[in-house]
Design a protein around this ligand. Structure first.
Ligand SMILES: *[C@@H]1O[C@H](CO)[C@@H](O)[C@H](O)[C@H]1NC(C)=O
Ligand SMILES: *[C@@H]1O[C@H](CO)[C@@H](O)[C@H](O)[C@H]1NC(C)=O
Ligand SMILES: *[C@@H]1O[C@H](CO)[C@@H](O)[C@H](O)[C@H]1NC(C)=O
Ligand SMILES: *[C@@H]1O[C@H](CO)[C@@H](O)[C@H](O)[C@H]1NC(C)=O
Ligand SMILES: *[C@@H]1O[C@H](CO)[C@@H](O)[C@H](O)[C@H]1NC(C)=O
Length: 309
């Protein structure tokens, strides 16, 4: 006739809770209790909480309703009845579940390579959600970087930049997921600088590619002279990672070495690029060994010089 003790699992997303209690016409007195506090005795409300109301009070049912259920409502509720002067109780244990929700998460951040970064992701929920961090810019399955609210990266590298996803998970509802972007600044390095051969009277293009964050700015030099668009029939164009130096009509005097300098706020680097004519022999290894031979030669000459005097 009376319910045995049982559990109601209730998700706070629904917010309205109906707790039934089945009785019969031999019952003389009825009451609902929250822990040991009387909520209702018959039709008389003892609780001052406006969220609690008696929903059904008939000879077969005595049921209450709780509106806007929150986590503090968790605990034992008792339907207490008296039949032929015998008290009986039916207990309901209320468990309140709350879907995971991320309450506080770090903002997008820009740091220099080598610094330390800590990201934070605070989530609530019932049961307590599991919080994990994943690096989205890496291959599937390799992205778990932290199984914790804190993601700590010391000595951060450029390939650790990108989006990081925080996910808060419990059994109640779909995980709550948010993203944070880490930008890692690093000084430029020149990834492509190719020597170019062009005949006199033709159009020649030297190009220089640099990787950097923030994006590099470029300058071109011939010896110590900085080149600029419009001077000596050249044009400089910068497009993203690439800078080009265009000669509209190559003449003999244009042949030689040019320096491409890539700069951002963390530093600069440069590369030497040669514009050469037909028949020229451009060989990095040969020219380097030739330079060494020159050094050696001048060294021996100097030695002779000192021996003599
Ligand atoms: C039940 O009792 C707890 C503890 O006193 C209280 O915080 C909560 O608001 C009560 N809930 C209802 C629905 O009466
Ligand atoms: C989020 O966490 C940070 C660091 O603990 C704190 O300074 C900030 O006040 C928090 N913000 C909110 C909305 O809780
Ligand atoms: C290139 O320069 C040479 C010498 O200055 C000139 O004779 C020739 O007409 C030029 N060619 C073009 C396409 O401008
Ligand atoms: C190119 O780099 C070298 C070595 O880093 C430096 O000594 C030189 O001054 C640089 N040249 C220019 C034009 O910036
Ligand atoms: C141009 O650069 C190459 C190698 O970088 C060097 O061997 C050569 O001497 C340079 N030529 C001139 C004219 O500076």
């Amino acid at each position: 006739m009376y319910h045995p003790a049982y559990w109601v699992v209730f998700s706070a997303t629904t917010a309205l809770l109906f707790i039934p209690c089945t009785i019969d016409d031999r019952v003389t007195r009825v009451a609902w209790l929250n822990r040991s506090t009387i909520l209702y005795a018959g039709n008389d409300k003892w609780s001052i909480d406006p969220r609690v109301i008696i929903l059904v009070n008939t000879p077969t049912q005595y049921s209450i309703m709780i509106q806007n259920v929150d986590v503090y409502d968790e605990g034992p509720y008792t339907c207490s009845v008296q039949t032929d002067n015998h008290p009986k109780t039916s207990r309901v244990h209320l468990i309140v579940q709350v879907p995971p929700q991320i309450m506080n998460i770090s903002s997008d951040i820009t740091v220099n390579e080598g610094s330390s970064v800590t990201l934070l992701c605070l989530a609530i929920g019932r049961p307590e959600p599991t919080v994990t961090w994943r690096h989205l810019s890496v291959k599937e399955g390799q992205g778990f970087v932290s199984e914790d609210e804190y993601l700590e990266i010391s000595d951060i590298k450029r390939d650790q930049s990108g989006e990081y996803e925080c996910s808060a998970l419990n059994d109640v509802a779909a995980p709550d997921v948010r993203k944070v972007k880490i930008t890692v600044n690093y000084p430029p390095y020149i990834s492509k600088a190719k020597n170019t051969g062009v005949s006199v009277g033709q159009k020649g293009i030297l190009s220089c590619e640099a990787s950097a964050v923030p994006m590099a700015e470029f300058q071109w030099f011939k010896e110590d002279t900085r080149l600029a668009t419009g001077l000596d029939g050249v044009r400089i164009e910068n497009k993203g990672r690439m800078s080009t130096l265009t000669f509209f009509n190559v003449s003999e005097k244009d042949y030689g070495n040019y320096t491409c300098v890539a700069t951002n706020k963390l530093g600069n680097t440069n590369a030497s690029i040669t514009l050469y004519g037909p028949g020229a022999v451009i060989d990095g290894v040969n020219s380097a060994s030739r330079a060494l031979a020159c050094l050696w030669l001048s060294g021996t000459l100097l030695a002779h010089f000192f021996i003599k005097f």
